[in-house]
Design a protein around this ligand. Structure first.
Ligand SMILES: O=C([O-])CC(=O)C(=O)O
Ligand SMILES: [Mg+2]
Length: 163
């Protein structure tokens, strides 16, 4: 991701991965392209939840949240309230293919935010969240959320010991 201009905006970058022995899962958020408002999937459209709040609700201390805002830099896709909510749930960090705001509000909970930079412009009333939990392509990489009961070994077709 660094090679694609995503950089640590808040927190110690080394913290985002956490201890190597822990199994992390990824909660992914996909946003619509600029100028293409989406009617919403599963109640997450214009009348639905604010950006990434569903991801925060679904995440826990094994989670890294990935936000696909298609590299958009004119409006944020992550902010201080989201950082606070995610930090309280123990989320390990967020990687946003876009920009964030309220960077200083992520510092106090020491919540790691990786983004393309920061911008003051709120996401409120701007592009709408399309879905949570569906695969996304971020900086050329497809990121898929692990389903309950699956481990990273399954992604490589390895069999977990004892199965
Ligand atoms: O509206 C936004 O861009 C998000 C925001 O400020 C926050 O989560 O605090
Ligand atoms: Mg804010």
């Amino acid at each position: 991701m660094r090679g694609h201009r995503t950089r640590p905006v808040s927190g110690d970058g080394a913290e985002a991965g956490g201890p190597a022995h822990r199994r992390h899962r990824v909660v992914v958020v996909r946003r619509d392209a600029p100028g293409q408002p989406h009617p919403g999937v599963g109640g997450e459209g214009p009348a639905g939840a604010h950006i990434a709040t569903t991801a925060v609700e679904r995440a826990d201390d094994r989670s890294v949240i990935v936000v696909d805002n298609q590299g958009r830099t004119d409006v944020s896709c992550w902010g201080g309230i989201l950082s606070l909510g995610a930090a309280r749930r123990g989320v390990r960090g967020v990687v946003a293919d876009g920009v964030c705001r309220d960077v200083e509000e992520a510092r106090e909970p020491a919540f790691p935010v990786f983004a393309r930079g920061s911008v003051p412009a709120t996401a409120r009333g701007r592009p709408q969240q399309r879905s949570t939990g569906e695969p996304v392509t971020v900086a050329g990489l497809t990121v898929e959320q692990l389903r309950e009961g699956r481990s990273t070994l399954d992604l490589y077709d390895f069999t977990s010991p004892g199965r």
